[in-house]
Design a protein around this ligand. Structure first.
Ligand code: HEM
Length: 407
C-alpha cells in the first residue's frame, strides 16, 4: 500500500479525468472562482495527482458524499490525512471526527446547548454588543472591517456565551486558523499555522477545563452533561474544545464576507434596508455565495460507486463545497449575489448528520450585527482593496477597508 499526503494513494478510476491542479495553491485559495468552475465542468469527479485524491465540485456529488456517513466516514479525518493510517496532530474531535453511534451521543449534548431556545436567551446581549460596535464604527467612519468588525464581534460575544474566564482574541482566532489549515497538505500554510501550536494549544486546553469556565455559559452546560452521566468529564473537555475550534474563525469569516457582499453589491444593501425580512436570507446567500468553509474531505470506508464512478475503499474525497454552492445546475445565475434568493440546500454548513451544529449561533450573531447595520448605516463602501487570506479549508478575508455613512 502506498501512502500519499497521509492517505492511500489510489489509481485513477475509470472515466475520471486527471487534472494537474493544486487546489491548495495560495493563488487559487485567494481567488477560487475559475478553479471552482473548471472543477464542475470536468465531471462529477476529477483525479488530482498532486494529492492522489478524487475531488468533486458539483452539488449533486457533494451532497451525496456528505449525506452518507456510513460509506463516506468522518472518523478517518475530514482533511487529507487518513487517521486509520496516520496519527493526527491532536486527538480527533469527538463530534466532527467520529461516526454514529458515538457521534450521535456527543452531538446531542451540543445540540441541546446551541438550541434555538438557548439562542433566544442570548439575543439581548448580542443586540446590545452589536449596537455598541456599529455606533463606534460609525463614529470612526472608515475602518478595517476584518479586525474591527468581523473579528471584534465574535471575539466579544462568543467567549461570554461560552463562559470563558479568560479570553484572548488573537489566540482564539489563530487556533481556528490552525485547526482548518491542518486539514490541508503539508504546505507552507499548514506549517506556519502549526508553528504556533506549542504556544496556543496549551492555552486552549486550559480554557476547556471546568474550573476555567464560569458557572453560566455553554462550557458549564457541557460539564453539566458530564455530571448527569451523559458523557465523561474528559469528553466534556473535548466538546468544549470543539466549540472553541469551530465557533470563532467560521463566524468571523461569515460576518466579514457578508459585509463584503453588501459593500460590493450596493443594490442588495438598498433592498435589505427596504425589507428587514430579507436579513436571514441575506446571510444564507452570503454563505452560499462565499462558502466560508471551502473544502472538507471524507474517506470511502468501502468499495462503492457515485454517479457511475467506482470509488475504492480508502479513497480520500475532496468535497469542494465552494464549487457546489456556485453550481448553475442547482442555482440559476449562481454567480450573482441575490438576497431575495432562498438558497435552500446550500452546502456552506455541510449536510447530513455532521451538518453545522453551531448554525443557530452563527445566524444569531449575524442577525444582531446586520440588524444594527440596517438600522443605523446609510451606505457601506469599500475604502480600498479587499484582500483574501489563503487557508487550506477556509475562504476568508484578510483585509477589508470599509467606510460607513450614517443613515
Ligand atoms: C458561518 C459560520 C459557520 C460555518 C460556515 C460553519 C460550517 C460548518 C460546516 C461546513 C460543518 C460540517 C463539517 C463536516 O460535515 O465535516 C460544520 C460542522 C460543525 N460546526 Fe460549524 N460553521 C459555522 C459556525 C459554527 C459555530 C458558531 C459553531 C460553534 C459554536 C460551530 C460548530 C460546529 C461543530 C461542532 C461542527 C461539527 C458537527 C458534527 O460533526 O456533527 N460552527 N460547520
Amino acid at each position: 500500500m502506498k501512502i500519499h499526503e497521509g492517505h492511500l494513494a489510489i489509481d485513477v478510476p475509470e472515466n475520471v479525468s486527471v487534472w494537474d491542479v493544486d487546489p491548495y495553491d495560495p493563488a487559487i485559495l485567494s481567488n477560487p472562482a475559475d478553479y471552482y468552475a473548471e472543477l464542475r465542468a470536468k465531471g462529477p469527479f476529477v483525479y488530482i495527482p498532486k494529492y492522489s485524491v478524487l475531488a468533486c465540485g458539483r452539488h449533486q456529488e457533494n451532497k451525496e458524499v456528505f449525506s452518507d456517513w456510513a460509506r463516506f466516514v468522518s472518523s478517518r479525518g475530514v482533511g487529507l490525512q487518513d487517521f486509520k493510517l496516520e496519527k493526527p496532530w491532536r486527538d480527533p474531535s469527538i463530534v466532527l471526527e467520529v461516526d454514529p453511534p458515538e457521534h450521535t451521543k456527543n452531538r446531542k449534548v451540543i445540540m441541546r446547548i446551541l438550541s434555538p431556545k438557548a439562542m433566544r436567551g442570548l439575543k439581548d446581549d448580542f443586540r446590545v454588543a452589536a449596537e455598541r460596535l456599529i455606533d463606534a464604527l460609525l463614529d470612526k467612519g472608515t475602518f478595517e472591517a476584518v479586525e474591527e468588525l468581523a473579528e471584534a464581534y465574535p471575539a466579544t460575544v462568543f467567549p461570554n456565551a461560552m463562559g470563558l474566564r479568560e479570553s484572548d482574541r488573537r489566540r482564539l482566532i489563530d487556533y481556528g486558523a490552525m485547526v482548518f489549515n491542518a486539514l490541508g497538505p503539508d504546505n507552507l500554510l499548514r506549517r506556519n499555522a502549526m508553528a504556533k501550536a506549542p504556544e496556543i494549544v496549551p492555552w486552549i486546553t486550559e480554557r476547556c477545563r471546568r474550573e476555567n469556565l464560569k458557572p453560566t455559559g455553554f462550557g458549564a452546560t457541557v460539564y453539566a452533561a458530564a455530571d448527569a452521566g451523559d458523557i465523561t468529564e474528559e469528553e466534556a473537555g473535548m466538546l468544549v474544545r470543539s466549540l472553541l475550534s469551530a465557533g470563532v474563525d467560521t463566524t468571523v469569516t461569515g460576518l466579514g464576507s457578508a459585509l463584503w457582499c453588501l459593500a460590493t453589491n450596493p443594490d442588495q444593501f438598498e433592498l435589505l434596508k427596504s425589507d428587514l425580512s430579507l436579513l436571514r436570507p441575506a446571510f444564507e446567500e452570503t454563505l452560499r455565495y462565499t462558502s466560508p468553509v471551502h473544502s472538507f474531505c471524507r474517506t470511502a470506508n468501502i468499495d462503492t460507486e457515485v454517479s457511475g464512478i467506482k470509488i475504492e475503499e480508502g479513497t480520500k474525497i475532496l468535497c469542494v463545497l465552494g464549487a457546489a454552492n456556485l453550481d448553475e445546475g442547482q442555482w440559476p445565475d449562481a454567480n450573482k449575489f441575490d438576497i431575495s434568493r432562498k438558497p435552500v440546500g446550500h452546502m456552506a454548513l455541510g449536510a447530513g448528520v455532521h451538518g453545522c451544529v453551531g448554525q443557530n449561533l452563527a445566524r444569531a450573531e449575524a442577525e444582531a450585527v446586520f440588524t444594527a447595520i440596517v438600522n443605523k448605516v446609510g451606505s457601506i463602501k469599500l475604502a480600498g482593496d479587499a484582500v483574501w487570506r489563503p487557508n487550506n479549508a477556509i475562504h476568508a478575508l484578510d483585509r477589508l477597508p470599509i467606510t460607513f455613512t450614517r443613515k
